[in-house]
Design a binder for this molecule. Structure first.
Ligand SMILES: [Fe+2]
Length: 293
């Protein structure tokens, strides 16, 4: 059996110091939003409890699907690298960026530069898509993080990654691995608002419909969700987690993460999901259990 933990959207705080110059961009509106609401919604004490629980569970691998930062300020990237380090060593903890990690164009290279140890494949190459093999599982990291106009939070995987993904899924199937695709934005048609959507989701769904994948993981909407997209032999489950730092002052679903227990073999996989999250009683407990295959 191979166990994979999935968490997303920690939106680590507090913000580092920044200058007025830093805010002469989309970051200005983002900073107002953060100071008015988000810094209270994302509770770092809750996040500490989630991290401790994941370390306790000792999964074989950890998948972090983006939005580690808030405004993509240069000073946010190093604390986020330290956060990834608290989850485990780089070879165990795989990360991809979210739209907040590419908030403005000039920091779009920062995630790969500062978090590269967590964004590289088994071949040591930093870039997307990357592949990491853990027991029965292959984790495939895609980046949908692109800078957008103010008020937009769309994403795009882009033609280069999409062209690489098909052959990758095919060869990992030949290796007999349980293929888990990680992407920050939602891939299924799930009613995500137009300004928050993955712009090339339909093209991504076509690749998965052709080549198959056993599971797609994402974050972005800060709410738990389960959907399916077409696959060549059977539907591919698509599962989202809420933010892993949402506390009691937020109207969004409370912080949680999922653990996937993968067993079986190609054609006869068994995958059980377990949700562990922060409860109104102020503790981390199992809050859901579901069967995917
Ligand atoms: Fe987010």
């Amino acid at each position: 059996m191979t166990v994979v933990a999935h968490l997303s959207d920690p939106h680590l705080g507090p913000l580092p110091s920044f200058s007025a110059l830093d805010l002469l961009s989309k970051r200005g509106l983002g900073a107002i939003n953060y100071m008015r609401r988000r810094r209270r919604w994302h509770d770092m004490k809750v996040l500490d409890m989630i991290v401790a629980d994941i370390v306790d569970e000792a999964p074989d691998a950890v998948a972090v699907t983006g939005d580690l930062t808030n405004l993509g300020l240069e000073g946010e990237f190093l604390p986020a690298a330290l956060f990834l380090g608290r989850l485990g060593p780089p070879e165990k903890v795989a990360a991809i960026p979210g739209n907040h990690d590419a908030y403005v164009r000039k920091v779009s290279g920062a995630p790969a530069r500062v978090w590269g140890a967590h964004m590289s494949g088994d071949d040591g190459r930093v870039g997307f898509p990357y592949v990491r093999r853990h027991g029965l599982v292959a984790l495939i990291g895609l980046s949908s993080a692109v800078a957008t106009y103010p008020l937009a939070a769309t994403g795009e995987v882009g033609a280069i990654q999409r062209d690489a993904l098909g052959p990758l899924l095919r060869s990992l199937k030949d290796e007999g691995l349980f293929r888990i695709v990680m992407v920050h934005h939602p891939v299924a048609e799930d009613g995500t608002p137009w300004l928050r959507r993955l712009r090339d989701a339909a093209a991504l769904r076509e690749i998965i419909a052709r080549e198959g994948a056993e599971l797609v993981l994402h974050g972005h909407n800060h709410e738990p969700a389960r959907a399916e997209i077409a696959g060549p032999e059977r539907p591919t489950p698509v599962v989202a987690v809420p933010s892993c730092s949402t506390g009691l002052l937020s109207h969004e679903p409370l912080a949680a993460y999922n653990l996937y227990h993968v067993a079986g073999e190609p054609g006869a996989w068994v995958c059980e999901g377990v949700t562990r999250g922060f409860t109104r009683e102020g503790e981390i407990a199992e809050t859901d259990r579901f069967r995917l295959a």
